[in-house]
Design a protein. Structure first.
Length: 193
């Protein structure tokens, strides 16, 4: 069986860490910097970084509409930190001119867990009653402040929602790629097919 090919949006942010983690799980990877890089992907990761910069670069490189089309067609996608902000339907405190893709029916607040100096690691209960533990790094992390219809809450931190899923879209506030936590990326790979 051919391993899945996962695209990692390679415009800015924690790209290499996602690539390493995905490849350690047996996936092939491709950096997505142009619309044609989306062709033939089995899944996609929108990494953390600076959400307003990533938004601006997706428009500059002509990726906004192709990303909307790919995600709209059901391509499994994982957005981490800034990637979650990019996926959200609403950003409560956007930077001037900042837009999101609006494909995940949630509202998010940027930097909800504080500035860079407030960065922390935590172990989160992930999923339902038989919750698994996920090691997470929070760095200028957003929080989900509104969860829309059909959106499942997967994890909370400090009583705030930090992980959600809707269909084939996963959005998380934290960075599992920095702690070497494979379970969230493994869940993305499990949605392929």
């Amino acid at each position: 069986m051919t391993p899945p090919t996962v695209g990692v949006l390679g415009l800015q942010g924690g790209v290499a860490e996602h690539v390493r983690l995905l490849e350690s799980l047996g996936a092939g990877t491709r950096l997505v910097k142009r619309p044609e890089d989306l062709t033939g992907l089995d899944a996609l990761v929108l990494p953390g970084g600076e959400s307003s910069t990533i938004d601006r670069l997706t428009r500059l490189f002509g990726l906004r509409e192709p990303l909307l089309e790919a995600i709209g067609s059901g391509l499994p996608v994982l957005g981490t930190c800034a990637g979650l902000i990019l996926l959200a339907a609403e950003i409560e405190d956007p930077a001037p001119g900042q837009r999101s893709l609006g494909v995940l029916d949630v509202a998010v607040a940027r930097n909800a867990f504080g500035s860079q100096v407030a960065s922390a690691e935590a172990t989160l209960a992930w999923g339902g009653e038989e919750a698994d533990a996920v090691r997470a790094a929070f760095i200028r992390a957003p929080a989900v402040t509104r969860v829309g219809h059909g959106v499942e809450v997967l994890a909370r931190h400090e009583e705030r929602v930090v992980a959600v899923r809707s269909g084939s879209t996963l959005g998380i506030s934290f960075h599992p790629e920095l702690t070497g936590e494979p379970s969230v990326h493994a869940e993305l790979l499990g949605m392929v097919g």
